[in-house]
Write a protein that binds this ligand. Structure first.
Ligand code: 5AD
Ligand code: SF4
Length: 417
């Protein structure tokens, strides 16, 4: 029996793999440790999308290696597949490295040599009430700033029968939300067709559940597909559609393969539907970004009235085409632009949340935080804090909440029964 500690950096894929590893270890009779010092097995699940996350992974590894033998540290995720050498220099040659592109089975095989594990094919319990389900691994889009095609490799779609049986199992086990994952999810292809065909089959499943997916690429999406998805019964009322920049010139340099007006055609059905949210990713300070390019991004963010924006400062990733571009934007300019756009983004989120006042929204309960206050997420993806006089709903239940007011962080209201 081992006591284990898992540190996770980065995306939803890493969250899923870490949760699955934790579940297998717990089923095997191991215990979770609250800190590295008291753990006999440490797992570091890493992210290489930005330099900062990579540095954090190495620094965590260095600290862990001071208190635990490298042979009991598992280093996995994107950094593990990109820079074995540095990891071994930091922790020692005994370090157990599992490359980031490997499937979960292979990760578990390595961990199984260090501690007892018991495999299960249910969705990880620690993510309850959400079941994360990977439907396509890897990415071949080669956006010029991005390390993912190198770290995660070629695209592999998961067989539709496996996806659907995973989804059925999740619902049978009482999960309320299915989150389908793929780095470039609308490149999904299987015997049943593409993403929309698969989601339509999911929608036909029996039970009370919501689902949504991350992340589609605008170049691989058509407006009629967006419309078909929006007609489904169980789909959440939100679309996350990464824009990255509001300048066509930069979109081309990023190799994104769409223009702002093509993006607009995809966003239009969502923007004109009542109660639907549109969210995005934006990179500030991509090489060659001029004041004019940046102004176009600010304008686009305002034009699309994004309900939430994940804003990143451009981070140079060695080996990517963008890292070889000569006209890098100085860090000070990136900081200034980031601060300015963050102000706009926060203003839009606040407005979006304030517009909810007076409405009744469907909410998935995630936890019960205070004696008389629940926390959940609305069907359009907003954080919801709610009072529930006389009844305390459990995580995984769906409730209706009358919204009283909104803030930058979310909305506040009262559950009605
Ligand atoms: N620098 C900054 N942000 C990046 N992203 C991906 N690569 C980089 C990079 N080199 C962002 C993109 C993507 C999100 C997952 O991370 O916005 O959509
Ligand atoms: Fe990276 Fe682009 Fe692939 Fe997304 S679509 S993972 S940003 S290369």
């Amino acid at each position: 029996m081992a006591s284990f500690f898992i540190k996770t950096f980065g995306c939803q894929f890493n969250e899923l793999y870490s949760a699955a590893v934790a579940d297998a270890l717990l089923r095997g009779g191991n215990q979770r440790s609250d800190d590295v010092e008291h753990a006999s097995l440490v797992i570091v699940n890493t992210c290489a999308v930005r330099r900062k996350s990579e540095e954090k992974a190495f620094s965590f590894l260095g600290e862990a290696a001071k208190v635990i033998d490298a042979g009991h540290i598992v280093f996995m995720g994107c950094v593990a597949s990109l820079d074995h050498e540095r990891a071994r220099r930091i922790a020692g040659h005994g370090l157990r490295i599992v490359e980031g592109t490997k499937s979960l089975d292979e990760v578990l095989a390595v961990i199984g040599t260090l501690a007892p594990i018991v495999l299960g094919d249910d969705p990880p319990r620690s993510l309850f009430p959400t079941a994360d389900i990977e439907i396509i691994r890897g990415c071949e889009s080669y956006c010029t700033y991005c390390i993912v095609p190198t770290s995660r490799g070629r695209e592999v779609s998961i067989d539709a029968a496996d996806v659907l049986s995973g989804a059925t199992k999740a619902i049978d086990h009482g999960f309320s939300e299915l989150l389908f994952l793929g780095q470039n999810i609308n490149r999904y292809q299987s015997k049943v067709g593409g993403l929309v065909d698969l989601m339509t089959l999911v929608d036909g499943m029996k039970g009370s559940f919501w689902f949504w997916f991350l992340s589609p690429h605008p170049a691989n999406f058509r407006p009629d597909e967006v419309r078909r998805l929006m007609e489904l019964q169980h789909i959440e009322h939100r679309l996350h559609l990464p824009l990255q920049s509001g300048s066509n010139r930069l979109l081309e340099r990023m190799n994104r393969r769409y223009t702002v007006s093509q993006y607009e055609q995809l966003a239009e059905p969502v923007r004109t539907a009542d109660g639907w949210a549109l969210t995005t990713d934006i990179i500030v300070g991509f090489p060659g970004e001029t004041d004019d390019d940046f102004a176009r991004t600010v304008e686009a963010v305002r034009q699309f009235r994004f309900d939430a924006v994940f804003l990143a400062k451009y981070s140079d990733r060695p080996g990517t085409p963008a890292s070889r571009m000569q006209d890098k934007v100085p860090a000070g300019v990136i900081d200034q632009r980031h601060a300015l756009l963050l102000g706009v983004v926060q203003e839009l989120s606040e407005e979006s949340n304030q517009r909810m006042a007076g409405r009744t929204v469907e909410v998935l309960v995630l936890s019960w935080r205070e004696p008389d206050r629940g926390f959940g997420r609305s069907i359009d993806g907003k954080n919801v804090w709610f009072a529930s006089p006389g009844r305390q709903p459990s995580a995984g239940e769906f409730v209706h909440v009358v919204v009283d007011h909104g803030s930058r962080e979310g909305v506040y209201g009262t559950a009605v029964w």
